[in-house]
Design a protein around this ligand. Structure first.
Ligand SMILES: Nc1nc2c(c(=O)[nH]1)N[C@H]1C(S)=C(S)[C@@H](COP(=O)(O)O)O[C@H]1N2
Ligand SMILES: [Mo]
Length: 266
C-alpha cells in the first residue's frame, strides 16, 4: 500500500496520528522498526493496528460475533447525544478507494441476483425518510468522536427496493431464510470494500449517509454517499459507496484481508 499519492482533497486537516499511520503503511514495519527511536518503536508495538486486535478487545468481539449470528435480534441502540455535542470538524481517516476525484457520472449500483442491476441517484436516496443521528464514532485505532450524521436507513432502502432477499421480496423477519447473510459494499474504483452481516445492516441506526453536520458530506468523508454503521468500528463505515451487493458467503473485506476480525462489532 502506498500513500505517496495522497490526494489533495478539500479539508486536508489530516491529524498527526493519521500521518503517522500512513507512514507506517508506506514504509513498512521493518524499515520503520530499524529507523526510529525506541520510544516510537514501543508506541508502534503497542498499537492495535499493527498487531491486530488486542486480547481484551478480541474477547468482546467474539461475544458479539455470536450475537450477530441471530437475525433481527440485535436491535439495541447505541447511545445518542444532543446535537450541540457533535464535533464541528469531524476527523478524517483513511483514503483507500477515494484517492481519485468523485466520478462525475456517479450512480449507486445495486446488484441483484437474477435481475438487472439498479442504477440509483442521490435523489433516489434522499427520497427515503431522512434520519439524523449524533453518536460516538469509534475507530479501532483508538480514537472516537461524537459526530452528527444524516441519511436514509439502510433497512428502509432494502424495503423500498426489495433488496437483500433471495425471493426478491422486501426483507421480512418471519422469513429470515430468505435473507442473504451479508451485504457487500465497495468504492467505485474497488480500492476499498467491506462485508457487513445482514443483522447489522438492518440495524435501525445503520444509515446510507449523505449529510454531516447538516451539510452534504465532503469528499474526504465519503461524498456523495457513505455507510454509517454505529454498531461497527470505523473500518466498516465505507466512504464513497459505488456498488452494493448481497451474498451468503462473506464478501471480501479490506481490513479483514489485513488481519482484522471480520465482524468488528462494538
Ligand atoms: N473508502 C474508504 N472508506 C473508509 C476508509 C478508507 O480508507 N476508505 N477508512 C475507514 C476507517 S478506518 C475509518 S475510521 C472511517 C473514517 O471516516 P472519516 O474519514 O469520515 O472520519 O472511514 C472508514 N471508511
Ligand atoms: Mo478506522
Amino acid at each position: 500500500m502506498s500513500s505517496s499519492k495522497e490526494p489533495k482533497l478539500p479539508e486536508s486537516d489530516i491529524p498527526e496520528s493519521v500521518v503517522r499511520r500512513q507512514m507506517i503503511k508506506s514504509f513498512g514495519w521493518f524499515t520503520l522498526a530499524a529507523a526510529v527511536p525506541v520510544g516510537v518503536y514501543e508506541w508502534i508495538t503497542n498499537s492495535p493496528k499493527l498487531l491486530g486486535v488486542k486480547k481484551p478487545l478480541r474477547r468482546v468481539l467474539d461475544a458479539n460475533e455470536q450475537i450477530a449470528e441471530t437475525y433481527f435480534s440485535d436491535t439495541h441502540l447505541v447511545p445518542t447525544f444532543p446535537v450541540n455535542q457533535a464535533a464541528k470538524n469531524a476527523r478524517v481517516n483513511g483514503y483507500d478507494g477515494i484517492k481519485t476525484p468523485i466520478p462525475e457520472d456517479w450512480k449507486l449500483q445495486i446488484d441483484r441476483p437474477g435481475a438487472e442491476s439498479l442504477m440509483l441517484t442521490i435523489a433516489d436516496i434522499k427520497a427515503l425518510p431522512k434520519h439524523e443521528m449524533v453518536y460516538e464514532f469509534k475507530c479501532i485505532e483508538g480514537w472516537s468522536q461524537v459526530q452528527h450524521w444524516g441519511g436514509a436507513r439502510l433497512s428502509d432502502f432494502l424495503e423500498k427496493y426489495k433488496l437483500g432477499t433471495k425471493s426478491g421480496n422486501a426483507p421480512n423477519p418471519d422469513t429470515t431464510d430468505d435473507l442473504f447473510k451479508h451485504v457487500g459494499m465497495e468504492t467505485p474504483d474497488k480500492g476499498y470494500y467491506v462485508g457487513i452481516d445482514m443483522e447489522s445492516a438492518m440495524h435501525p441506526q445503520t444509515l446510507l449517509a449523505y449529510e454531516l453536520n447538516g451539510e452534504p458530506i465532503t469528499a474526504p468523508h465519503g461524498a456523495p454517499l457513505r455507510l454509517i454503521i454505529p454498531v461497527k468500528y470505523g473500518v466498516k463505515n465505507l466512504k464513497r459507496i459505488g456498488r452494493i451487493f448481497f451474498a451468503d458467503e462473506r464478501p471480501r473485506d479490506f481490513w479483514t484481508e489485513r488481519g482484522y476480525d471480520y465482524y468488528v462489532g462494538l
